[in-house]
Design a protein around this ligand. Structure first.
Ligand code: NAD
Length: 263
């Protein structure tokens, strides 16, 4: 096992399941201490931690911070520092989706998406960046989406938040460009996680077809590779950005999208 991140600490938001869990696993296997976060039920969290421990990862802690609450966001940083003493890698991964035409998109759905997908990353970066500067090294990785680069119908809040996250990434990269700190956005296409399963299920219901047929149709519409991106692909990319090879990659919106945005 390569342990080039030994002695470093990563905070990965929304890491009790899906893409965030794989990012956390990859970073932990590279030697990082790890603060997990998420709002799942206790059994999901226990399974995630047990899974990590089974692969030899011990230096792991968990916070149930709800990222819609700025006070809890502050507490997440404080708890991570109490436990690990530093935050060297921040992965803003937590995100939610809601699909509806703009005429029926409610304020509540709009606000929740902007809070979790955009405002929480802003607040975490603002709080953690000074520490990275003091420690003389840092990596900020924002999990945006191909929807940070192009739009789809019925995803107004998600597309707006992810475009915003790409803009935030570029600004932070410029503000840290002359320092040993980088800030990048990853822009995945479709990844088959819980977030995606609900969209597949809605399509299956709407078209009266099976779940697998709906998944194929969704890929056919947008993702030329006709395969889902795997969470492990994204975990590997995050680990790469944390390696020395990533020193000069900053301000980038890196796609992992099976050709979606090439069209
Ligand atoms: P997921 O639903 O499997 O996981 C989301 C995670 O966010 C969970 O750990 C959940 O507990 C956490 N979370 C949700 N609300 C929260 C809150 N209020 N406070 C704290 N944590 C909260 O989703 P996923 O597919 O793994 O998505 C992870 C990221 O990847 C998201 O930002 C998403 O937009 C992005 N993304 C996903 C896809 C895809 O196809 N699945 C594609 C591109 C980008």
């Amino acid at each position: 096992m390569t342990t080039f991140l030994e002695g470093k600490t990563a905070l990965v938001t929304g890491s009790t399941s899906g893409i965030g869990f794989e990012i956390a696993r990859h970073l932990a296997q590279a030697g990082c201490g790890l603060m997990l976060n998420g709002v799942e039920k206790p059994s999901v969290v226990e399974n995630a931690i047990a899974d990590l421990r089974n692969t030899g990862v011990d230096d792991v802690s968990f916070s149930d911070t709800d990222l819609t609450d700025p006070v809890q966001v502050e507490r997440l940083v404080a708890d991570t520092l109490d436990r690990f003493g530093a935050i060297d890698i921040l992965v803003n991964n937590a995100g939610i989706q809601h699909v509806a035409p703009i005429e029926t998109f409610t304020d509540d759905n709009w606000d929740r998406i902007i809070e979790i997908n955009l405002s929480a990353p802003f607040r975490l970066i603002r709080k953690i960046l000074p520490m990275m500067r003091t420690n003389g090294w840092g990596r900020v990785i924002n999990i945006a989406s191909v929807h940070g680069l192009v739009a789809s119908r019925h995803k107004s809040a998600y597309v707006a938040a992810k475009h915003g996250l790409v803009g935030l990434t570029k600004t932070v990269a410029l503000e840290t460009a002359a320092e040993p700190i980088t800030c990048n956005a990853l822009c995945p296409g479709y990844v088959r996680t819980a977030l995606m399963e609900s969209q597949i299920a809605s399509k299956a219901r709407a078209e009266r077809i099976s779940t697998e047929e709906a998944a194929e149709l969704i890929l056919l519409e947008k993702q030329p590779s006709l395969s889902f991106v795997s969470p492990a692909d994204i975990g590997s990319m995050v680990t790469f950005l944390c390696s020395e090879a990533g020193d000069q990659i900053t301000g980038a919106a890196l796609t992992i999208d099976g050709g979606w945005s090439a069209q």
